[in-house]
Design a protein around this ligand. Sequence first.
Ligand code: GTP
Ligand code: MG
Length: 345
Amino acid sequence: EETQHGGLRTPIVAVLGHVDHGKTSLLDKIRGSTVIEGEAGAITQHIGATAVPLDVVGEVAGSLVDPSEFDLPGLLFIDTPGHHSFTTLRSRGGALADIAILVVDVNDGFQPQTEEAIKILADSQTPFVVAANKVDTIPGWQVHEDTPIQQTLDAQSDRVEQQFNEKLYEIIGELSDAGFTSDFYWRVQDFRSNVGVVPVSAMTGEGVPDLLAVLMGLAQRYMKEDMAIDVQGPGAGTVLEVKEERGFGTTLDVILYDGTVRADDTIVVGGVNGPIVTDVRALLKPRPLAEIRTESRFEKVDEIAAAAGVKIAAPDLDDAIAGAPVRAVRGRDLDDVIADVQEEL
Ligand code: GTP
Ligand code: MG
């Protein structure tokens, strides 16, 4: 089972930040796709999910990540909208996260939804790193595609490096104002007490290897116990979207954050008139690196383990609501599961 790896669960990495600061672009860079081009009005309006397997993390990170040193199966990235009207979706994304990337445009610095995102992360005590994005826009910047940040920085002129430092220290200052001590990630010893700032360009890929290395290190070192859950237990997840799917009727796009869902499970899902009890008709898994929101070719599977994005087809889903809990009943008392779902609605 590719979603399991030594019993460890895939960490969920939420990407948060102000509108246009480059969240979707950063994920596009990592998954080697261009989801951003298909976005209406060019702003993200939904939560997305993309599973990035460990070997791809290793490929993108090059010499900075040796996959054989990790026993995590990969990373599940959650994309969130930065536009001010989507506060609920940002909170939902933040609530699902094991770790997070706060994306900050080096030219814009902290903006209202940066502040909002940091508050969500602070309230939920979610460890995060800052991706200081768009370093390629520093005037005079010489691009070295997809290279680690030190390598490209060493090749920049003194003037560019000085501007780079100024912009980065501004962000470190803003983090301090928000109550977080932080530093360039390569100077951070303990990522729990200090926020690592990773300079990147989602456009050129510079610094992206570093960002993945920091995320993997953070997940492996500090979250291993959380990840060692019983992935065979009955699944628990959150509905991202309720959608018509040709041939399947109304379906749920779900982030599964705990346990397993099977194709023969009875599930309980939150609906407008209370919990809905229904039987899974099909479990549809997006391909690796596919954004669940835009995926068109799903693979039908017998079971899927956390963490993962999955489309669930079942009867009677018309009244299901985005943001509601989903639970597999398997082996438990149905009334208890209904009560659990009711409580979370
Ligand atoms: P929302 O989802 O609407 O909050 O925006 P977002 O944070 O996902 O930003 P998005 O990835 O859509 O990028 C916004 C714009 O910034 C696009 O035009 C990108 O091409 C551009 N952009 C993103 N990252 C970079 C970067 O590193 N360098 C440069 N030069 N442009 C970038
Ligand atoms: Mg976006």
